[in-house]
Each structure stands twice: as C-alpha cells, then as structure tokens.
Write a protein of this length. Structure first.
Ligand code: ATP
Length: 310
C-alpha cells in the first residue's frame, strides 16, 4: 500500500487474547489520511490493546494491521520515526526534567518541532526545569503529548489524551489535534468523553467486549435507533396509559426518575401536541419541556449497557 494514497491505518479482523481473556475479538477499521478516529468503549473493552497493536507494541494473534502501509512489528524501525505515540499514564524517568525529556525525544527525529515552542503551546514553558515527578498529573499528560508530537509524525496514537486535564488544557489539546488534522496528520485517539469524540472525530468506532458495536461519523452513529427525545417535568406517578394510547404506535412514555418523563422516537409537532393535550386533560402543568436530538452518550449507553465493567 502506498502511504501517499492508501489509508493511514488499516486494521483487519484482529484478535488478541491474554490467557482466557479475548481482549480484541475480530476488529477492523480504516483511518484515512488527515482524519481523526476516536475509539470509544467501556473500561476493558479493548481500546488500548487495539491501539497497542497499531503501535507495534502488541502482536495480534490473528488478523492484519498496516500503518502507513507498513507492518507495525516487522517494519517497526522504518515506521517508528513516522508515528507519534502517547501512552496511557505516560511514563518517564522520574528524576529527568521536562525540557530534557522533550529535547531527548526531539533528538531522535531528523526534523523535529522546536521543543520550546511546543512547551509554550502546551502551557509548559515554566516547567522546563521541573523534574518529571514534580509535574502535576495534567502537566505530565501534556508533556507526554508533546513527546508524541515533537518528531512531526504523520500519524499519532493518543490513548486518553485529555484524561485528568482541566478545562483549559483540554481545549488546548483539542485545538492542537484539530491543527494536526489540518496539517494532514492522521490521529487515532481513545477517550471516555463523548463530547470530545463528537467534537474532534471524523470517524467513531465504539468497541465493547473486544468487538465493534457501532462505527461511522458522529452523525451516523447518533442516528442509530430512536431519533429524538422529549422530556418534561410534572408531578410524579402520573398514569401514562392514556398518553400511550393517544401516541402513535412504538412510543412508550416512561417516568425515568420521580416526576421526570421521557418519550423517545421521532418527535414531530403532532407528538408534542399529543403530550400537551394529555397534560391538559390530566390538569397537569408540565414544566421544562425539552426536545433533544439523541446525544452520543445516549447511543453509547444503549449499545454498551449501564453495567459497571470490571
Ligand atoms: P480502559 O478504558 O479501562 O483503558 P480498554 O478498552 O483500553 O480499557 P484494554 O486495556 O485494551 O481495554 O483491555 C482489554 C482487556 O484485556 C481487559 O480485560 C484487560 O484486563 C485485558 N488485558 C489488557 N492487557 C493485558 C495484559 N497485558 N495481560 C492480561 N490481560 C490484559
């Protein structure tokens, strides 16, 4: 595959087992050049393992991975200078200073970005001389991102790049990822933040138990299932049978928490009128009537359930 024309990443039917655990169970996706792909999934879904196979740190038991047309393990020497890797939780010699670490990583690259400039962009210029172990969690996280980017990679793998960052730092990282895409860099990231995925990603892949349960653009993924939601607040324990029979087939109004009512489906003006006339007949004043398009979070929970993962 020619790196100039083919996908930046091509994952086909990969499987990875750890003992009895099948961490990744036949996953496939492509990342085009200058695109951002977000891998979403509950804890333990297999996101990190998938990314580690792309980075060449983990060998798949089955399937095929190509990054810039190369095999991440067999061709690792040729590939390493062209990719940027940010590991979950970073990792460093605790005594080394932030600036030294970035300089060292930059020295491996033929044409690195200016480390001082990058420290400035990520708000770390004052921490140049700070030993790694003295950096705050968010500063360590930003330094790990700087290390992933300093070598001007063609593709970057970012495992939870904004985990633990404050709102300001998160915005900077979002802007940086957007700027990378504009520069033609492909980005694969994992995240637990749905707003981040919606904001940044061209493509989403939702993984659960090692398998893909949904994929597509954010708009395509949120179009899955019910189209909209109507919520309202009213006195608790209203009898919903009358409303149910007045609504078109398929609508099942529910009281989600006491006094909070939810109707899911294609909410059109007639449905809204039915709800308000039912309220009038019940002599109930509904407040906080809200109609929302389904959010990614709703789709995610619907697809992956509400059970806490081990
Ligand atoms: P999180 O959101 O918690 O980071 P994840 O989606 O990245 O989760 P993975 O880290 O890929 O999930 O883990 C997938 C499964 O594989 C989990 O059950 C995990 O315990 C298991 N696993 C991952 N790495 C190893 C390993 N080196 N040895 C044994 N089991 C592993």
């Amino acid at each position: 595959m020619n790196a100039a024309t083919g996908p930046a990443v091509c994952v086909e039917d990969v499987v990875k087992r750890y003992g009895d655990t099948t961490a990744v169970d036949g996953i496939g996706f492509e990342v085009q050049q200058a695109q951002v792909l977000a891998l979403l999934g509950p804890n333990g879904a297999g996101k990190t393992t998938t990314v580690e196979m792309c980075e060449g740190f983990v060998r798949p038991d089955a399937g095929r991975v190509r990054v810039l047309g190369l095999d991440p393990i067999a061709d690792s020497e040729r590939l390493r200078p062209r990719i940027g890797v940010m590991l979950q939780g970073g990792g460093a010699y605790p005594g080394s200073r932030a600036g030294e670490m970035l300089d060292l990583v930059a020295s491996y690259s033929a044409n690195p970005l200016d480390p001082d400039w990058l420290l400035g962009v990520l708000g770390l210029r004052d921490n140049r001389k700070t030993p790694y172990r003295r950096l705050s969690g968010g500063q360590q996280q930003r330094l790990a991102l700087a290390c992933a980017l300093v070598g001007r990679p063609e593709i970057v793998f970012l495992d939870e790049p904004t985990a633990g960052l404050d709102a300001q730092a998160r915005l900077i990282v979002w802007e940086l990822i957007d700027a990378l895409r504009r520069d033609g860099v492909s980005v694969v990231l994992t995240t637990h933040m749905m707003d981040e995925a919606e904001q940044l990603a061209d493509q989403l892949v939702i993984i659960d138990h090692g398998r893909i349960v949904a994929s597509g653009t954010p708009a395509e993924v949120t179009a899955h299932g019910a189209a909209g939601q109507l919520r309202f607040t009213a006195p608790p324990k209203l009898d919903l049978d009358l409303l149910r029979s007045a609504l078109p087939e398929g609508f099942t109004p529910r009281e989600t928490t006491p006094g909070c009512y939810l109707l899911e489906g294609e909410i059109d003006p007639q449905v809204l009128a039915t709800v308000t006339s039912w309220c009038a007949r019940m002599n109930v004043l509904a407040t906080d009537i809200r109609i929302d398009q389904r959010r990614l979070e709703d789709v995610f929970l619907e697809l992956t359930g509400r059970d806490l993962r081990g």
